[in-house]
Design a protein around this ligand. Structure first.
Ligand SMILES: *[C@@H]1O[C@H](CO)[C@@H](O)[C@H](O)[C@H]1NC(C)=O
Ligand SMILES: *[C@@H]1O[C@H](CO)[C@@H](O)[C@H](O)[C@H]1NC(C)=O
Ligand SMILES: *[C@@H]1O[C@H](CO)[C@@H](O)[C@H](O)[C@H]1NC(C)=O
Length: 394
């Protein structure tokens, strides 16, 4: 989906009819037409050959995002300015009801009438501080262009971030509410983040992250991986045991049967179309909110279940966020300063055991995870020093 829109439409220009032309002008116009068609043909050839080149190259070592950016404002006329641009501040005064409604619009015409550069929205669901923000800022600097991504932060109400204007997190806090782990308020926060990010029509892929997440590759590779994927990355599996189907509640029926109940990690990645479906969902969400109470955790079951019912072919049934459950227990391992060394980061990024065994657009892939958690604040120092060599940014 995302990949399809990436090469979508340049501006169609004015459709106003010109005044009747003189014969000389007519000839000139014909010549111009030939020139324009010829150039267009050449452009198509170049585009096609470059996409063939890309599809045969190995992910994720892609040198730069394959997008042609429009000229910066000021140069030419920017068509449909209102749609083409996000706002500088993520803050607004909308209520949740107004916000979800405003975010639920979907264009009926699929093709964009302007050159749309798809953005990746990085949505941080946090309690407050983002101790790893300096690492993320280096990652975002690697984008080379702020029009390729946007950042949203949901935090505990009252939290006042102090990011400098140069930071990607500057003025990116969204109006937030208390979100408690395992409760519906957590899922409300996720939908609120999605809705905020949907207000920017350029956002095409939406990644949910926490304050303990880190990127495993440089921005161009992550951008390319997400915007070229035909599937959204939502973990979903059928667990017949007590921690899976055992959490099914009869109140979820008849929309959801026990056999349709799925489980998956909270950390999703969605394309725009599915994201709109999630914020607009009045069929399943009220049921999950009212009936899926601990030990049925809404954030572990709602998306995997609903997307497996409504759009099974459009999700990869896996997350792009790596986490270590090997130590056992109710929570995954948290890594500290002493854990973050060269061998550990090589293990996370090299094809093999930790990168897992997955497919990407139907093909076996060497890279399954773009992000990893959970990293304690103390890991910032070693991450900053190792990232340029091992993670490809900084
Ligand atoms: C939100 O409302 C406050 C108080 O009414 C106002 O001062 C502020 O400008 C509004 N902010 C936005 C982004 O509309
Ligand atoms: C994900 O699971 C669904 C069944 O729920 C299946 O139809 C779909 O093909 C799976 N996706 C992938 C990429 O394997
Ligand atoms: C990966 O999964 C495929 C299909 O399930 C399997 O055939 C293959 O042996 C697996 N490879 C590794 C390295 O585990």
């Amino acid at each position: 989906m995302g990949a399809a829109t990436a090469v979508d439409g340049s501006g169609s220009g004015s459709t106003a009819r010109p005044p009747a032309a003189l014969p000389g002008l007519k000839l000139l116009r014909r010549l111009l037409l030939v020139a324009v068609v010829g150039t267009g043909f050449l452009a198509v050839v170049v585009l096609l050959s470059s996409s063939w080149r890309y599809s045969s190259s190995m992910l994720p070592r892609v040198p730069a995002p394959d997008v042609r950016l429009p000229a910066p404002a000021g140069g030419g006329k920017v068509p449909l300015e209102r749609w083409a641009r996000g706002s500088a501040s993520a803050w607004h005064n909308l209520t949740d009801e107004e916000l979800l409604w405003a975010a639920s619009w979907r264009p009926g015409v699929r093709r964009y009438p302007y050159r749309r550069t798809p953005k990746v929205a990085f949505m941080f669901l946090t309690r407050g501080p983002l101790p790893l923000a300096p690492l993320w800022d280096r990652f975002f600097t690697g984008a080379g262009d702020a029009r390729l991504f946007s950042v949203y932060v949901h935090a505990t109400p009252g939290y006042r971030p102090g990011f400098p204007p140069a930071s990607a997190f500057y003025r990116r806090l969204v109006p937030s509410q208390v979100a408690r782990w395992g409760e519906a308020s957590m899922c409300d926060a996720e939908r609120r983040l999605l809705a905020n990010a949907l207000l920017d029509p350029a956002n095409e892929r939406f990644v949910l992250l926490s304050e303990s997440c880190v990127p495993l590759y440089g921005f161009p590779a992550v951008y390319s991986y997400l915007t070229r994927s035909r599937e959204s990355f939502v973990g979903a599996f059928d667990d017949p045991g007590p921690h899976g189907r055992g959490r099914y509640r009869a109140g979820l029926g008849p929309e959801v049967t026990a056999g349709q109940f799925r489980k998956g990690a909270q950390w999703f990645e969605l394309d725009r179309d599915l994201a709109v479906g999630v914020v607009a969902d009045g069929r399943y969400y009220p049921k999950f909110r009212d009936h899926c109470r601990p030990p049925c955790y809404v954030d572990e079951h709602y998306l995997p279940t609903v997307l497996s019912i409504e759009a099974p072919a459009r999700i990869a049934n896996r997350s792009v966020t790596w986490v270590d459950w090997s130590r056992g227990g109710a929570h995954p391992a948290t890594f500290g300063e002493e854990d973050v060394h060269e061998a550990f980061l090589r293990r996370l990024t090299a094809p093999g055991k930790d990168q897992g065994n997955c497919t990407y657009n139907g093909q076996p892939a060497e890279v399954c995870f773009l992000f990893a958690r959970k990293f304690a604040p103390s890991t910032l120092r070693p991450l900053l020093s190792l990232a340029p060599k091992l993670l490809g940014y900084g």
